[in-house]
Design a binder for this molecule. Structure first.
Ligand SMILES: *Cc1c(COP(=O)(O)O)cnc(C)c1O
Length: 290
């Protein structure tokens, strides 16, 4: 929307977060910002990313949409870069239907942020008695949530420990029940680096190939389980290709994982016996030697 051109780099094979060893080669004199996406609520390698940003005089905007309440080396995701973005979309851990928050971790940007969210006016300064009338001073839009949405979200945040504990126990149950299948080489489970305290945003498995995934989805569906894959890569999506100058860059790991990844059901109401049932169906399918 601001005319910036994203430069995509490949993911690291363990967490599928941005491969921080590939960042520097992608920096040009026109680079302004690094945008680490904390996939599945597992932190990117932020120490390295912040160090690169400092050496190249770049800003860091963390996409912590999936990372609310998760940590990297004890710091909350979204609080490490110059900016952090949270999502409260219905698909996230804490929700208000639609909505989100920007964390501004650098004082330099506070004043302008207030103006942008107040439709480009200095109304916030007016309310604080700092100016005697408010006026149009910058770009902006209606970015504030309404009170109904804020009230809903507030209740979610009051329950955030309970929600997190429940999600983590679902995640852990999957992780333990699926360990034998990983040992047999039938799937790969998520990898959580020691530096990261994840938030159980999702539980995914990596399968051998696209064909296995397609068949497993059908098998689970026949057993009453909705399991979905995601996301289609952006670098070779129509708009991505256009922004990359008409030709998609080659990001082999991103492309491979996009074909192999399957999300298993993971939501607050999911009962332990449901998790057991899902795992049994996955096992039934994978151990019949497909
Ligand atoms: C959900 C999500 C977004 C978008 O969040 P919205 O609140 O819908 O704007 C962005 N990035 C990631 C990684 C997400 O998971």
């Amino acid at each position: 929307m601001q005319g910036a051109v994203p430069v995509f780099i490949d993911v690291n094979p363990e967490t599928m977060n941005m491969d921080e060893t590939k960042i520097e080669a992608a920096i040009t004199p026109r680079t302004k910002v690094i945008v680490p996406v904390h996939y599945a609520g597992v932190g990117c390698e932020m120490d390295t990313i912040m160090d690169i940003a400092q050496r190249h005089n770049l800003l860091v905007v963390e996409d912590a949409a999936q990372g609310v309440c998760a940590t990297y080396k004890g710091k909350y995701l979204g609080t490490i870069g110059h900016f952090g973005c949270y999502s409260f979309h219905e698909t996230k851990n804490f929700i208000s239907g639609e909505g989100g928050a920007v964390l501004i971790n650098d004082e330099r940007f506070m004043e302008r942020a207030e103006i942008i969210r107040e439709k480009g006016t200095n109304r916030s300064q007016f309310f604080r008695g700092m100016v005697d009338k408010y006026t149009w001073v910058d770009i902006g839009s209606s970015y504030l949530p309404g009170e109904l949405i804020a009230a809903f979200l507030y209740a979610q945040l009051e329950e955030s420990d309970k929600i997190s504990t429940k999600r983590l126990s679902i995640w852990q149950q999957y992780h333990e029940l699926l360990a034998p299948l990983e040992e047999k080489g039938l799937l790969r489970r998520p990898v959580i680096p020691d530096t990261c305290g994840h938030n159980a945003h999702m539980y995914y498995i990596l399968l051998k190939d696209l064909k296995t995934r397609t068949e497993l989805i059908a098998h689970l569906k026949a057993n009453g389980i909705s399991a979905v894959f995601h996301y289609v890569p952006l670098h070779n999506a129509p708009k991505g290709i256009e922004l990359c100058g008409g030709k998609a860059p080659s990001l082999p790991l991103t492309e491979e994982y996009a074909d192999r990844l399957l999300r298993l059901p993971c939501y607050y109401e999911l009962a332990p016996e449901d998790v057991t049932y899902v795992c049994r169906c996955v096992e039934d399918f994978l151990s019949r030697g497909c």
